[in-house]
Design a protein around this ligand. Structure first.
Ligand code: ZN
Length: 298
């Protein structure tokens, strides 16, 4: 049966779900820029959460004995560098789960960033994204609290990175006492990767999995497109290898059990087999609703 809705991407009154319950169990710490809410969990991991914008993107700072690692730089609305500097005064590597706009917005603030070895990622590091490419995210209703003073919504764009280096499958960030390994998981975008802490069995899933609507439908003129079958294969791979891990996701709420990877892989199968119901929106996108997440396809 086919049901219709206006827009399957931005939920109506998205802010009604805030504040999300899981954050009650974390330690809230001072944020150098109030645009970000900062939470500490597992003593050496900070969630830098943009809960005033409907994307609810989360960047992470992981602190080792020798170095720090910032995974993603958020929307580029607030001053993420100030937040990071306030949390840790050592050297910080800056890397990415992928190069969609909401994960690279603060790249320009850092001397150098690591990006996945993919032409799309290289393009975005070099050129950023224009106002026209990101203006949808500045529409009325996208934010639930005022933007920071000095931020001009009319001029919002994604600035290029200063310098970049490429990361590939198996590369390791050694922070001293904690190591994060790159696991390539294309599908949501061609350059999607996850970060695995093997010793502590933690997997940073980026946008390939989070407890909300997963995007398997994205098309962009620079080639940063989703690919359903590739996404499905990547989720089967991680479900098989890493379902014993704790998942740390990039939107809405950080923590999820690894078993969810198996559920996502099964959900992709059921969509491929045509055995799941969906709703469509005015653009023709299809949204499949599962217990803990949804999947949107074109
Ligand atoms: Zn995202």
């Amino acid at each position: 049966m086919e049901k219709k809705t206006e827009d399957v991407i931005m939920p109506v009154n998205w802010y009604d779900a805030l504040p999300r319950r899981q954050y009650e169990s974390f330690i809230r710490v001072e944020s150098a820029d109030p645009w970000f809410s900062v939470y500490q969990f597992r003593s050496n991991i900070y969630a830098i959460y943009e809960d005033k914008h409907f994307q609810e993107v989360i960047s992470y700072l992981i602190i080792g004995e020798k170095k720090g690692l910032l995974i993603d730089t958020g929307l580029g609305i607030g001053d993420i560098r100030a937040v990071v500097n306030n949390l840790y005064d050592g050297e910080v590597f800056v890397t990415h789960t992928h190069t969609h706009f909401d994960h690279i917005g603060g790249d320009w603030q850092f001397d150098k960033v690591f990006i996945p070895d993919d032409p799309v990622a290289v393009n975005r590091a070099r050129w950023g994204l224009s106002k026209q490419e990101v203006e949808d995210n500045m529409a009325e209703g996208c934010n639930c609290q005022p933007y920071p003073r000095g931020f001009n919504r009319e001029e919002y764009c994604i600035k290029p990175a200063n310098r970049y280096s490429l990361i590939r499958q198996g590369d390791v960030f050694d922070l001293g006492g904690i190591s994060l390994e790159v696991i390539e998981t294309p599908g949501h975008s061609p350059d999607s990767v996850m970060y695995l802490d093997r010793e502590n069995q933690i997997l940073f899933t980026g946008d390939s999995f989070y407890p909300a609507t997963l995007y398997a439908h994205i098309t962009h003129n620079d080639g940063s497109n989703s690919d359903f079958e590739t996404y499905r294969r990547s989720m089967h791979m991680v479900a098989e290898k890493y379902s014993n891990c704790t998942l740390i996701t990039s939107h809405n709420e950080p923590l999820r059990p690894g078993i969810e990877l198996i559920k996502v892989a099964q959900a992709f199968d059921s969509i491929a087999e045509g055995s799941s119901e969906y709703i469509t929106d005015s653009r023709g996108l299809k949204k499949y609703v599962f217990e803990d997440f949804c999947i949107v396809t074109s």
